[in-house]
Design a protein around this ligand. Structure first.
Ligand SMILES: Cc1ncc(COP(=O)(O)O)c(C=O)c1O
Length: 410
């Protein structure tokens, strides 16, 4: 407006209001690390091994270019409208079909809740169950977004150690036998984020039995389940024990994350309560994405996408493992994933991977330091590498630079 001036003293006592002073307590509970990862995702001059991003080469752009206009033209009344909170029937049916085909357990589509991605599934179950101070057990290390979801609702999150076969069920049993009964145990059994490890078949059976015996909910996150390099997936925890397992899935890693879509399936009272919680958040997942996914699955395209994705990720993982073998100094070790996006690296005890983030960035390489994936003081000398979105030359060069840094060229 011509002649108007900005009031330099908008606050009641002069000066700009102190907005942070007005934040709720929960606002300060986590969030910064994930924001930093996502902000690096946009930079072009850094070789980024940080975010868990799918390779754009796997995005089925041809099929989507055909499907999307068709949905808008022929199904506008549904595709562009609000959908039921629990999801469109076609989307719930598509998930039920995938569960029956891929996990060998049939479920009535009305028992499937469609979510706006995997993170929302975590938010909904947390919001449904967690009171401040409730105990939650997770793998150590575990997915940062899960720690943030639990901590954001003021849970006391406790890590249970893993080894090369995944969560140590003996350690879980010990944790369950001491202290208060946790509200839930959260596990990523396949090609885990961040470690790349998978839970062995035998431990899967032991794990569900332990949770049954203790009457504790097991939340199974299957984000990377379909991305085994050889296409072989072990029995899902939900398929073994649908009475005590809530499964959370996402289409972000196998279709596109640009359509925020996932699912929850498990004990009916929980799924019903999560649906009510969803009414109180985004009310429904986007209908356009739901129809797109349903049609994509119905036509069998998801299987085609996986045929492209698995060899690509196997190749990239192999390239990174070769580069690590070639470049890393003595005393550094790493996991050897059989699927998914991640390798977990352990440097000698005296290395502080958090302190090396900035020097690494100056060298043009980005990773996520290990500590935020733990809920205690562990992980200071560990870090996560994601190979999913990097090409061969960048992988080799990025690992070479990182190896120099870890070897002391700082
Ligand atoms: C284990 C795990 N669960 C859930 C998610 C989030 O999925 P979405 O992007 O669908 O919210 C991720 C993404 O990084 C993940 O690694």
């Amino acid at each position: 407006m011509p002649g108007s001036t900005v009031d330099p003293h908008p606050g009641a006592t002069g000066g700009a209001p102190d907005w942070p002073a007005q934040f709720a307590r929960r606002t300060s509970l986590g969030g910064d690390e994930l924001t930093a990862i996502l902000s690096l995702a946009a930079s072009t001059d850094v070789i980024t091994f940080s975010g868990g991003f799918p390779a754009p080469e796997t995005f089925p752009t041809d099929v989507l270019q055909d499907l999307l206009p068709r949905l808008v033209k022929e199904e506008a009344a549904v595709a562009l409208q609000y959908s039921p909170t629990e999801g469109l029937p076609a989307a719930r049916e598509a998930v039920a079909t995938l569960l029956a085909d891929g996990q060998g357990r049939s479920v009535d589509p009305v028992q499937v809740l469609i979510t706006s991605g995997g993170i929302e599934g975590l938010q909904l179950i947390t919001r449904t169950l967690i009171e401040p101070g409730d105990r939650v057990l997770v793998e150590a290390p575990t997915y940062l977004g899960a720690i943030m979801a639990f901590a954001g609702f003021e849970a006391e999150v406790e890590g249970v150690p893993m080894d090369d076969d995944g969560l140590r069920v003996d350690a879980l049993e010990e944790a369950l036998s001491s202290g208060r009964r946790p509200k839930l145990v959260y596990v990523i059994p396949d090609h885990q984020n961040p470690s790349g490890r998978s839970l062995s078949e035998q431990r899967r059976r032991e794990l569900v039995e332990v949770c049954r015996r203790h009457g504790v909910l097991l939340v199974e996150d299957v984000a990377y389940r379909d991305l085994a390099f050889d296409g072989h997936a072990a029995a899902s925890l939900w398929s073994l024990a649908p009475d005590v397992v809530l499964q959370l899935g996402t289409f972000s890693k196998v279709l596109v994350p640009g359509v925020r879509l996932g699912w929850a399936v498990g004990p009916a009272p929980l799924v019903t309560a999560m649906t009510a919680a969803k009414q109180n958040s985004d009310q429904c997942a986007g209908a356009l994405g739901q129809l797109l996914m349903a049609e994509y699955v119905r036509r069998g395209h998801l299987a085609d996408t996986l045929e492209v994705a698995r060899p690509l990720y196997r190749h990239r993982a192999g390239t990174m493992l070769d580069a690590l073998d070639r470049h890393m100094p003595e005393g550094v070790t790493w996991t050897r994933p059989t699927g998914g996006f991640f390798i977990w690296l352990t440097a000698p005890e005296d290395v502080d991977t958090r302190a090396l983030v900035a020097p690494a960035e100056r060298l043009g390489v980005a990773y996520v330091p290990g500590a935020p994936f733990y809920t205690d003081l562990r992980g200071g000398n560990e870090l996560r590498l994601s190979y999913s979105r990097a090409d061969d030359a960048s992988i080799d060069e990025g690992i070479r630079r990182l190896a120099g840094l870890l070897g002391g060229e700082r």
